[in-house]
Design a binder for this molecule. Structure first.
Ligand code: F6R
Length: 366
């Protein structure tokens, strides 16, 4: 049932190329330069007239929502707020009639997300769901929605659910950006073509797992770890840190790289591994100077770079290369080595990777 893999988590990490194809099948039509999504098409006036999108979710799905914020603002020029479902529901949130609420949930059963949806609907919002489990409570409670079609995710640590949620968000953002005239025809074409080859780039990236395993062996006993990223990859830093803490029980924090100097830099010494996402796109030079700040305080740098990088390579202790892609799609690639890193560290520490202590696959309590 684990298809030859030692754990469901590793199997699900490796399923991502297929899962992403399953997510965009029938929706992304690269030969015609079309993005077809029934649930968006049927509600297109609501989407095009929306003044704001509010995304509600928990955990990893909340991180996907943060990537969604960059996607919608960058590609479709729609302001976005991303809310922890648990906070949103206990405030007295301001919902205006032209707001769209997007709820993201793998299981479709998360109690706080479900309650947030009910609250938003009671205030008259149009609620769109992005769920993996077909027929789940959240899928039923929303006005409309799109499934991720990632297939069952058994490992408690969410992996393919995350990348497929980002895939759905990318498709919607591109479609709206195109219809609103915010993306040029040629950029739209390029995004569609690039999206269609993302699965093969993920596939290529999965081949580096032995390299990641070696890095894992060096840092498996670290008590703490920092993850840094900027722009589209800031949420990936948060997700990388969450993956490490939940399955290996190593304390980890994700930060926007530029926030380092406002506090966390005090933690840096020779025993602190710092994972930095430093792809060529997205404020590269700024990230390079953040890396220099860490190096001069003797921190250990594990950098995720674009293939062919030389500048970061010269200063980092370890580099993991990812294939080049368009900036909005970098999270789909940079996430992969971080999933593998936490997986191998957890295995080496003898942790129960698929069923970490104190965690459940769907959190149906509030
Ligand atoms: C992390 C993880 C959790 C879930 C969160 C939301 O790996 O699995 O943080 O992402 O409990 O779950 P869903 O997406 O089912 O609403």
């Amino acid at each position: 049932e684990k298809g030859g893999f030692d754990h469901f988590m590793l199997k699900e990490i490796h399923e991502q190329p297929d899962a992403i194809v399953d997510t965009y099948r029938g929706r992304l039509l690269p030969d015609q330069d079309i993005i077809k999504m029934g649930s968006v098409d049927n509600n297109i006036t609501k989407f095009l007239n929306s003044k704001r999108i509010v995304i509600v979710a928990c955990g990893t799905s909340w991180h996907a929502g943060l990537v969604g914020e960059y996607l919608f603002e960058d590609l479709a020029r729609i302001p976005v707020e991303v809310e922890y479902a648990s906070e949103f529901r206990y405030r007295n949130p301001v919902i205006n009639k032209d707001d769209i609420v997007i709820a993201i949930s793998q299981s479709g059963e998360t109690a706080d997300t479900l309650a947030a949806i009910k609250l938003a609907r009671s205030k008259g919002a149009f609620v769109f769901g992005i769920c993996n489990v077909v027929g789940s409570s959240i899928a039923r409670e929303t006005d409309s929605g799109a499934y991720t079609h990632a297939g069952p995710e058994i490992g408690v640590a969410s992996t393919k659910a995350f990348t497929t949620q980002i895939t759905v968000l990318s498709l919607i953002a591109l479609k709206l950006g195109h219809l609103k005239g915010e993306i040029s025809i040629s950029d739209y074409h390029n995004y569609i073509q690039e999206m269609s080859i993302i699965p093969s780039k993920v596939e290529e990236l999965l081949k580096i797992d032995k390299e990641v395993e070696k890095i894992a062996a060096i840092y498996k006993d670290a008590p703490n770890c920092l993850y840094l990223g900027r722009g589209y990859n800031f949420p990936v830093a948060l997700e990388g840190a969450l993956k490490l803490k939940e399955i290996s029980y190593i304390h980890a924090e994700g930060y926007p790289a530029a926030e380092m100097k406002h506090g966390p830099i005090a933690l840096i010494d020779e025993s602190m591994p710092v994972v930095v996402i430093a792809t060529k796109k997205g404020h590269y030079e700024k990230v390079v100077s953040n890396i220099q700040e860490i190096k001069s305080r003797k921190g250990k740098i594990i950098a995720i770079v674009t293939k062919g990088d030389t500048q970061v390579k010269a200063i980092a202790d370890h580099v993991i290369e990812i294939p080049d892609t368009l900036e909005p799609f970098t999270p789909l690639l940079t996430t992969i080595p971080l999933q593998l890193l936490s997986y191998y560290i957890a295995v080496m520490r003898g942790c129960n990777v698929d069923q970490p202590r104190n965690l459940a696959k769907s959190v149906t309590v509030e």
